[in-house]
Design a protein around this ligand. Structure first.
Ligand SMILES: [Mg+2]
Length: 312
């Protein structure tokens, strides 16, 4: 055992979110605790960060559990452009209870008793909230722009599941899960850069954002991973009185705001091999994506607070 840990495993003790839940409603916002080096919260992107191209879902779940599970109990938040269905297929394998920020933060999902309140609906054992611009509205506005302005793009709604599977390399079932969208539309841009800028501005005029992920551009309402994370942390802080030291992990432009706002950033190489941020105070580079690398580097960062490094 790392001698710095001692007998106390941190404010979240041995069972992470379970202990967090036990604190619900025990403290008010006027009883906020001071920052504590043990109160880590890890938020991570999936593709290109926790997951590499081989898509090692079982190892990813084990890595999440190694951080969030019994021995450490550090809350883990998964923040991805993936759909709820796609993210549940990973989080459902975890013994711990990661919170899900799906479709670039357009929606949030958690398992009881993580946040102590009920979502607007339940899906596969998760409480779900999604109050962003609905998918049908986004697709309708995109269709309007395509019809009136002749912008050249192809969205997931324009493809059959077989076409999407061929484009992404997904199995057919995975492509179908990726098309089960609630509040964002990934698009493949087929026009030039100049028309892309006009397209971005016209989306903004319609109240929509365009964010670039690892492969696709994503159209959502006025939301992103960072804003969704802030909402989550504020809720957790209000309910528990705990201030978190955040570690954000990501690789693509749609992670940038989250990486910049976090107390610590672990940056993975983008698809072109470059990094979004230079190494420096609070910013570290990981050499490659994947659960083993993710766990080793996340462990190194939080180990500085006296939590033991683990491997899977
Ligand atoms: Mg990514």
């Amino acid at each position: 055992m790392n001698p710095r840990r001692g007998a106390d495993h941190g404010k979240f003790g041995a069972t992470g979110f379970l202990n967090l839940a036990r604190r619900l409603h025990l403290l008010t916002s006027t009883q906020l605790q001071e920052p504590d080096s043990m109160n880590w919260l890890v938020v991570t992107d999936l593709d290109g960060t926790l997951l590499d191209a081989t898509y090692p879902v079982a190892q990813a779940a084990a890595a999440i559990d190694a951080i969030a599970g019994g021995r450490r109990g550090v809350p883990v938040v998964l923040a991805s452009s993936k759909t709820l269905s796609e993210m549940v297929s990973i989080a459902g394998r975890c013994e711990s209870n990661p919170v899900l920020l799906f479709e670039n933060g357009a929606g949030m999902a958690w398992r009881e008793p993580a946040l102590g309140s009920r979502g607007t609906f339940e899906h596969a054992g998760f409480q779900v909230e999604c109050t962003a611009v609905p998918y049908a509205d986004i697709c309708a506005r995109l269709e309007l722009l395509r019809r009136d302005r002749a912008y050249q793009f192809r969205g997931f709604a324009d493809m059959t599941s077989a076409e999407l599977a061929a484009l992404t390399g997904f199995e057919l079932a995975a492509a179908e899960a990726a098309q089960r969208r609630m509040a964002s539309e990934p698009i493949e841009w087929c026009g030039d850069d100049e028309s892309l800028q006009r397209f971005r501005q016209e989306l903004a005029d319609m109240g929509l954002c365009l964010e670039r992920g690892g492969v696709f551009r994503h159209v959502t309402g006025n939301i992103n991973k960072q804003r969704a994370l802030l909402c989550l942390i504020n809720r957790m802080r209000y309910q528990t009185g705990v201030r978190f030291t955040t570690l954000a992990c990501g690789d693509a432009p749609n992670d940038l705001a989250m990486l910049k706002a976090a107390d610590n950033a672990l940056v993975f190489p983008h698809v072109d091999g470059g990094y979004l941020l230079p190494e420096g105070d609070g910013v570290r580079h990981a050499p490659k994506a994947g659960p083993a690398t993710w766990l080793a580097y996340v462990s190194q960062v939080i180990e500085s607070a006296g939590v033991e490094a683990l491997t899977i």
